[in-house]
Design a protein around this ligand. Sequence first.
Ligand SMILES: C[S@@+](CC[C@H](N)C(=O)[O-])C[C@H]1O[C@@H](n2cnc3c(N)ncnc32)[C@H](O)[C@@H]1O
Length: 244
Amino acid sequence: MTENADRDNASFFARGWVVASPMLERFGLFRARRRLVAGLSGTVLEVGAGSGVTFEHYPPEVTRVVAVEPDPHLRAHARRRAARVAGEGARMSIEVVDAVAEALPLADGEADAVVFGLVLCTVPDVPAALAEARRVLRRGPQDCPGAQERPGAQERPGAEDRPGGEIRVLEHVRAPGRLGRFTDRIAPAWGHVGGGCRPNQDTEALLAEAGFDVAALQTRPFPPMVPLMPMLTGASRPLGTYAP
Ligand SMILES: C[S@@+](CC[C@H](N)C(=O)[O-])C[C@H]1O[C@@H](n2cnc3c(N)ncnc32)[C@H](O)[C@@H]1O
């Protein structure tokens, strides 16, 4: 496929997504999004924010959202939604930025959390995106070896005593059994009309390969009444020391 055809398909998908996603909200996504960001605080980087449907769900402890969205149509919607959320009295700032998951617009360790909602299925280079998430996440005690042993560290707990930043995920993943085999077959056509979405991706394996702790992630049926696409959901922190 040519680059132009790729761009046309992506823009076709973006227009469709603005219309279709409110329907999905009614089929359980609304609640799933609220759970996705519950308990977060500080600076959050949201990857592939789409039309900004998650903005209204951030708790008041979140002070700053940097929302990355490469598609111009969706970005325009997200900016309008950010303005609306601000107009409704939210205290957090929301910046909607033209950037991609593979090159995030934050400094090392600047984010308290990175949010992936229905986006890792579409990002072309998932390992690069997860490496970027790791880079921008706040460092944890495992990244400051010896900090606890420094004189006075016990009496003066510092930033290095807090756990490091976390990622939150809400990602549809390959179903087991016949449904999974069916999505394997339709994946090329699905990607063509779905903005590059891979319906059969094993996102949990990709997270584990990228060094994230997947033990607490859950896979829930979605939509709850007619489970067609299992959703991988929850919070995860990087394992081991950060090594760029
Ligand atoms: C299915 S939509 C989901 C949008 C939004 N997160 C939501 O839940 O409604 C997938 C999103 O991924 C974005 N996307 C695609 N490639 C990307 C990349 N390399 N980096 C960041 N976002 C990307 C698309 O522009 C689109 O907004």
